[in-house]
Design a protein around this ligand. Structure first.
Ligand code: 2P0
Length: 320
């Protein structure tokens, strides 16, 4: 019986965003969301259940801060309950992307932790069950469990809120060029930010279905125009909701780059933007235009590049 396992999972970029929950504790969202795993970036996590005096959590070579540790221990408890064990665990987790690059690591972090826990405790969970478990750790983590392009069906309860793959990694070679403007630790976490309910949530819910339909179709038909147009629309819709809650994530450079993307498009370089809960701009494009777009921004900004990524999975090489 082995009680030690290592997993890797990719972060994801949402084309249609998750912002707002129907159930805080279970992390049941207000709407479906669609994303692409970012194959060049990953979190690797090794978990061992054993004879430890207490849970040990090491993230990026440092002991986890109290809040982060609490959230991880809560996740471990979900697995201890399933496996009917009281064994403590040692967890070592590392990202291959710098903390300062502005990519949220909770999606890849909780997806990798989920896969590593399930494997080390020999729980035979299928992909749906793994996605559900990841969701309980962090909502967007459920989308990092399946392969490639994924949709999280909001569902109504714990058992029917999970993500499935819409298309595999190799289906559509889209690049995400992430223009790094700034990374400061968010004053307000996404979890807290989306609790600030305001009337614009209702307006967003009225248009999100259309965004989902076009983005889903855009992925399946490999149509960047449909995908990108409705991704931009959905990004602006989410940020309108955020701004109405007093959450202004954009910096002046954010808006400049958004307008540059529109200019590039006018000049025949097809690309589209999306922005998460931060100032950095993700630019989506096909391989042909990648270098031209990078050249446009690389003298002023650091740019991270990623193509689609696979599912969260067990891997051989552990971190301890
Ligand atoms: C998304 N975000 O769909 C959106 C876009 C941020 C902006 O999912 O409270 O860290 O852990 O469920 O998953 C960030 O939210 O929130 C997020 P919790 P999470 O990618």
């Amino acid at each position: 019986m082995k009680f030690k396992s290592t997993a890797i999972a990719h972060p994801n970029i949402a084309y249609v965003k998750y912002w707002g929950k129907k159930d805080e504790e279970l992390r049941i969202p207000l709407n479906n969301s669609i994303s692409m795993n970012l194959g060049n970036l990953y979190t690797k996590t090794t978990v061992e259940f054993g004879d430890f005096g207490e849970d040990i959590v090491i993230i990026n070579k440092n002991a986890a801060e109290e809040k982060a540790k609490e959230r991880v221990v809560k996740h471990l408890n979900r697995f201890r309950n399933l496996a009917k064990t009281t064994l403590k665990a040692k967890i070592v987790s590392e990202n291959n992307f710098p903390m300062s690059c502005g990519i949220a690591s909770s999606a890849s972090g909780f997806a990798a932790l989920t896969i590593a826990c399930a494997s080390s405790l020999n729980l035979n969970l299928n992909e749906k069950e793994l996605s559900i478990m990841a969701r309980l750790g962090s909502g967007s983590a459920c989308r990092s469990v399946p392969d490639g392009f994924t949709e999280w069906s909001m569902g109504t309860c714990n058992d029917d809120s999970y993500a499935v793959s819409l298309a595999p990694t190799e289906h559509f070679e889209i690049y995400d060029l992430i223009v790094i403007i700034r990374d400061e630790r968010k004053e307000i976490s996404s979890t807290k930010g989306m609790q600030k309910f305001n009337p614009y949530f209702y307006a967003r819910l009225a248009e999100v279905q259309e965004n989902l339909n076009f983005v889903r179709k855009g992925i399946i038909e490999k149509n960047l125009k449909a995908l990108g147009t409705y991704t931009e629309k959905d990004c602006i819709s989410m940020h309108t909701v955020m701004m109405n809650s007093g959450l202004f994530y954009w910096e002046p450079e954010t808006l400049k780059i958004m307008k540059e993307v529109w200019n590039l498009r006018k000049n025949g370089i097809e690309c589209y933007f999306t922005i998460d809960a931060g100032p950095n701009v993700h630019i989506l494009c096909l391989p042909d235009n990648k270098e031209t777009i990078k050249e446009k921004f690389s003298d002023k900004f650091e740019i991270l590049e990623s193509k689609p990524g696979g599912k969260a999975r067990v891997t051989g090489e552990g971190l301890f």
